[in-house]
Design a protein around this ligand. Sequence first.
Ligand SMILES: Nc1ncnc2c1ncn2[C@@H]1O[C@H](COP(=O)(O)OP(=O)(O)O)[C@@H](O)[C@H]1O
Ligand SMILES: [Mg+2]
Length: 263
Amino acid sequence: MGKVISIANQKGGVGKTTTSVNLAASLAFYNKRVLLIDFDAQGSATTSLGINRSQLKGNLYDALMGDKNLEEVMLSIPVLDKYHMHMVPATIDLAGIDMKLIGLDDHVYILDKLIRKVKDSYDYVLIDCAPALGISTLNALYASDSVLIPIQCQFLAIDGLTQLLNTVRVVQKNLKINHRELTIEGVLLTMLDKRTKAGWAIVNEVKEYFQEGVFKTFITSNVAAQVAPTYGVPILTYAPKSSAASLYKSLAKELIENNENKH
Ligand SMILES: Nc1ncnc2c1ncn2[C@@H]1O[C@H](COP(=O)(O)OP(=O)(O)O)[C@@H](O)[C@H]1O
Ligand SMILES: [Mg+2]
C-alpha cells in the first residue's frame, strides 16, 4: 500500500513544488512507483514538468468534482529516459476550488476518497500543496499518512509554522477517530546559502525547534534547481550530475530508509 505524503507549508516560495517534483523523480530513479499530485491552482509542478493545457485529458479539478477518475487525468512523466512517474496535473480550473469543495459531503475527504482507489498501485504518492491552509490543503492532509515541511533557510524561516502545526494537530485528532495516523515525515531545509552565517544560523534554529524531525539532507541554493523547470524536466533529467540532483537523490534515499527500515 502506497504511502501518501503532503508537501506543505502555507508560505509561498519555500521550495514545496521544487521538492515535490524532484523528490518524486528521485524516488522513481530508485525504482519506486510514484504518483505526484499537483494541488495548486498555479499549476507550477505541472508546468515545471513541461505539461501544457492542450495536452491534457483533464486535471485534478475534474476528478475532485467527480467527473473523472484520477487514472483518466494522469500522465506518465519520463525521468532520465529509463524511469517514469505518474502525475495528476493542475490548471487554473482549481482557482476557487475551496468554495466548490465546501458544498460537498465530507468535504475534507474528497481527495482521500480518490487516492484510496489508486493507492495500491504506488509506493509513494506525493501531493504538492498550495501556499494556504484552506480546504484544499486540508483535503491533502486528510488524505495523507505524513507531511513533509520544506523550510527556506532565510530570515523568519519558522515564522507561521505554529499555524501549520496546529492544523496538523487538528487533522491528527480527527484521523485518530478513524484509526488513522498523520505523522510528520520531516522538515526539509531548502535553499541554504552555505557561504553565509545567516543561512547556517537558520539551520541551527530549525534543528533546535524540530530536533530529530529535520531531514539530515538539506537542499542548498542551486542554479540547476532554478533552471530545470524552464526546460520542463526534473533536475535529474536536466543535470543528472549536478549537486542539486544528488541532494534530491539523497533526500529520496533518506526517506526510503526511514520508511523501509521501520518494522
Ligand atoms: N534549491 C534551490 N536553489 C535555488 N532556487 C530554488 C531552489 N529551490 C527552489 N528554488 C526557486 O525558488 C522559487 C520558489 O520555489 P518553489 O518550489 O516554487 O516554492 P513553493 O512551491 O513553496 O512556492 C522558485 O523560483 C524555484 O525555482
Ligand atoms: Mg508551489
